[in-house]
Design a protein around this ligand. Structure first.
Ligand code: NAI
Ligand code: OAA
Length: 329
């Protein structure tokens, strides 16, 4: 019998958590032969909601769901014991008119305890995906408090941006989204991110050859992706949830499966200095995985236009890091 994977989800009763758990339990993410034990983690006042979710998980009768364990965020060391994956979703979402960075002093402190508890209790090979905003800097905070967990095991989510960018390119080119590949997201999951059309491909051709309206690529495309989260909040009155859950699950799937040749996946990872991005910050890069280990893909074309966009988003990440200096050990 295959050993179950233990997958912890913080904020499990929130919008994104609720849209994530059932797919994690279903076998879709880790495979139909891989049992999963879910660790649901919530604030003390949301434990009742977790009971309801537990009932619903039972009622799905997923053959791959080998257990559900519920925890209060008061006792994170217990919650993270032996976990193989942690999806850090639990945190406050922004409202209308806010930037994600406005959450930094509210959500940042959550990630000091998260990092310490992961370091103390999780599997030594745990992989951590930070979704709670501002996710790059929250990931930096958590990682900094977990010195015993390899740096390569920490990710912040830019996959929603990648998916948004691919969809926008597909709509403009009037092609199915499956025809769009190799879309990188550079830098911060914020309004300064750089969705890279220069290296993107549509039907295997450079996107900038298929889409000849280069003004659109350089302006509307970029700002639409940068502002998509705010546009959803304005329209829905709440931040993206189903698409964010989908992106978190896409991130995990893409890391545990080999990346097809000629394509990239997008996640923010600790910079090793590639592409002139300052070492020590968590930045979006084009990645590929062999199903176990990932690497930053080298050789993406970065012209003067891309350079200025990447520099702007990296400068914002450096400023965020300075804002949370007191939360870094
Ligand atoms: N990186 C990305 O692409 C995206 C990130 N987000 C972010 O994800 C976060 C969660 O969003 P939603 O699920 O929509 O919010 P939500 O408010 O619906 O759910 C958050 C849940 O987290 C719980 N929570 C709060 N503090 C906690 C703690 N310390 N430990 C455990 N649980 C805690 C709350 O009780 C709540 O149930 C927000 O910060 C949001 O901005 C949202 C969309 C995309
Ligand atoms: O915009 C927000 O606050 C939520 C989020 O990160 C996104 O939808 O990309």
């Amino acid at each position: 019998m295959t050993k179950p994977l233990r997958v912890a989800v913080t904020g499990a009763a929130g919008q994104i958590g609720y849209a994530t758990l059932f797919r994690l339990a279903s076998g879709e993410i880790f495979g139909a032969q891989q049992p999963v034990i879910l660790h649901l983690i919530e604030l003390p006042q949301a434990q009742g909601a977790l009971d309801g979710i537990h009932m619903e998980l039972d009622d799905c009768a997923f053959p791959t769901l080998a257990g559900v364990e519920k925890f209060s965020s008061d006792n994170l060391e217990l919650a993270f014991k032996d976990v193989d994956w942690v999806l850090c979703i639990g945190s406050i979402p922004r409202g209308k008119g806010m930037e994600r960075s406005d959450l930094i002093r509210i959500n940042g402190p959550i990630f000091t305890n998260t990092g310490k508890a992961i370091n103390a209790a999780a599997s030594r090979d745990v992989k951590v995906l930070v979704v709670g905003n501002p996710c790059n800097t929250n990931c930096l905070i958590a990682m900094s408090h977990a010195p015993d967990i390899p740096r390569a095991n920490w990710f912040a989510m830019t996959r929603l941006d990648q998916n948004r960018a691919a969809s926008q390119l597909a709509i403009k080119a009037q092609r199915p989204v499956a025809a769009v590949q190799n879309v990188a997201i550079w830098g911060n999951h914020s309004a300064t991110q750089y969705p890279d059309f220069m290296n993107a491909k549509i039907d295997g051709q450079p996107a900038s050859q298929v889409i000849t309206d280069h003004d659109w690529l350089k302006s509307t495309f970029i700002s639409t992706v940068q502002q998509r989260g705010a546009a959803v909040i304005a329209a829905r009155g709440a931040s993206s949830a189903a698409s964010a859950a989908n992106a978190a699950l896409d991130t995990v799937k893409s890391l545990v499966n080999p990346t097809p040749a000629g394509t990239c996946i997008s996640a923010a990872v600790l910079s090793d200095g590639s592409y002139g991005v300052e070492e020590g910050i968590i930045s979006g890069f084009p990645l590929s995985s062999d199903g176990k280990n990932w690497k930053i893909i080298q050789g993406f074309q970065v012209d003067e236009f891309s350079r200025s966009k990447i520099d702007a988003t990296i400068n914002e990440l450096k400023a965020e890091r300075d804002t949370v200096k007191d939360l870094l050990p």
